[in-house]
Design a protein around this ligand. Structure first.
Ligand code: KMH
Ligand code: ZN
Length: 308
């Protein structure tokens, strides 16, 4: 079996600061947390930026620049920048980081979904920042828009910058969207699929759903034309990670998608979540890929070709 690529998603846009005091918010905290995760065994770090003053999801290139340069000055970890951004941003705003920083990888969301976060409201009595409560409330009526027009735009931008997409698949129909892009010649294998399971509005994190996604992707693209990884959002994180390690897939963990290290106990860092996956991999006799090995496995352009 190939070595296991662990991706650490450091801060995201869906987790709000009041949910965990351990969520990194400032560019320095985000970069340092990414560096710790890399030290713990993550080959890839998935990066969003936030406003340093209040943790609101940010599209400001200067916030990204600070994070990216700090990471690159201290590590050879692969950096994957989000183009998912947050609810408030247009696709052009979300994708601007790609031509600007020419990363080795960027996220590429493969379909529109309801992306509901309002269920977190019942766990929270107090909020650290005024934007958090309305942000969760409005998600009840929010569609995360990723249309075919958006795909075409992102295909152009990723191709022009030789940036490999982390193809975020939230549901089975997203595989068919991707198949259409491949058939139209807009996207070419080898593909790297990231199954995102457990968002309220999309597929759940059950074993049969993961098995089905892998089977369907194999039918559509052929086993040698794609690699895959899984994100279990929330409680599904460790269970789905275990399945992926066993099935030959790869794993993404991190405070972006799950704040708990075990039931009812907050993870103190992204590194702690990476360590947990590493110990599962050891138990299941699967070696961990270094950033250089991940670059070879995913055909990435290399750290010398990024724009930061
Ligand atoms: N946090 C994931 C559920 C992106 O950055 O483009 C989705 C995500 C999207 O990672
Ligand atoms: Zn993300």
């Amino acid at each position: 079996m190939e070595k296991l690529i662990i991706t650490a998603a450091i801060s995201g846009a869906a987790t709000i600061p009041s949910l965990s005091p351990y969520l990194p918010l400032t560019p320095q905290q985000i970069a340092d947390s990414a560096l710790e995760a890399a030290k713990a065994g993550a080959a890839i770090v998935h990066i969003h930026a936030r406003r340093p003053e209040d943790g609101f999801p940010s599209a400001n290139p200067e916030h990204f620049r600070e994070i990216l340069t700090r990471i690159k000055d201290n590590s050879d970890v692969v950096v994957c920048i989000t183009t998912g951004g947050s609810a408030m941003m247009t696709v052009e705003e979300r994708a601007a980081v790609v031509p600007l920083f020419k990363p080795e990888m960027c996220s590429f969301n493969m379909g529109s979904i309801n992306f509901a976060l309002h269920t977190s409201l019942k766990f929270l009595k107090e909020f650290k920042y005024p934007w958090e409560k309305p942000y969760l409330e409005m998600s009840k009526d929010f569609v995360f828009k990723n249309t075919f027009k958006d795909f075409e735009y992102l295909c152009e931008v990723t191709k022009a910058n030789n940036t490999k997409p982390e193809l975020e698949i939230y549901d089975v129909g997203h595989l068919y969207n991707l198949d259409h892009l491949v058939n139209e010649g807009l996207m070419s294998p080898p593909l790297h699929l990231q199954f995102v399971m457990g968002v309220l509005g999309a597929i759940r994190g059950t074993p049969e759903d993961l098995t089905y996604l892998v089977t369907k992707a194999t039918t559509l693209f052929g086993a040698s034309n794609f690699t895959w990884s899984v994100i279990g959002v929330g409680a599904a994180e460790i269970n789905l990670s275990t399945m992926a390690i066993h099935m030959g897939g790869h794993v993404r963990v991190g405070l972006e998608d799950n704040i708990f290290i075990k039931k009812g106990v907050l993870a103190k860092s992204n590194a702690e979540l990476v360590e947990k996956v590493k110990s599962l991999a050891e138990l299941l006799h699967r070696d961990i890929a270094t950033p250089e090995e991940a670059r070879r496995m995913l055909n990435l352009k290399g750290i010398d070709n990024v724009g930061f």
